[in-house]
Ligand binder design. Structure first.
Ligand code: ZN
Length: 68
């Protein structure tokens, strides 16, 4: 049985491109240092296209969001 390590999920956040509210999300670090995926805003439910990149100096994922 394959168990997924909890450490692989990094907590990060993005500002919704629709309503401007802050959303927290989990980035699967095993998927790489650059990722793009769509996540719905938890406030207004609009789909945000997230550009995820690893910030080496900050030691965390940076996310920019735009509407689909
Ligand atoms: Zn929103």
């Amino acid at each position: 049985m394959l168990l997924r390590s909890i450490e692989a999920i990094m907590t990060a956040g993005f500002q919704c491109a629709g309503c401007g509210e802050w959303n927290e999300t989990g980035v699967d670090s095993s998927a790489g240092i650059r990722q793009q995926y769509v996540e719905d805003c938890q406030v207004c439910c609009k789909p945000n296209v997230l550009q995820v990149s690893w910030d080496m100096s900050a030691g965390e994922y940076m996310i920019s969001a735009e509407l689909e």
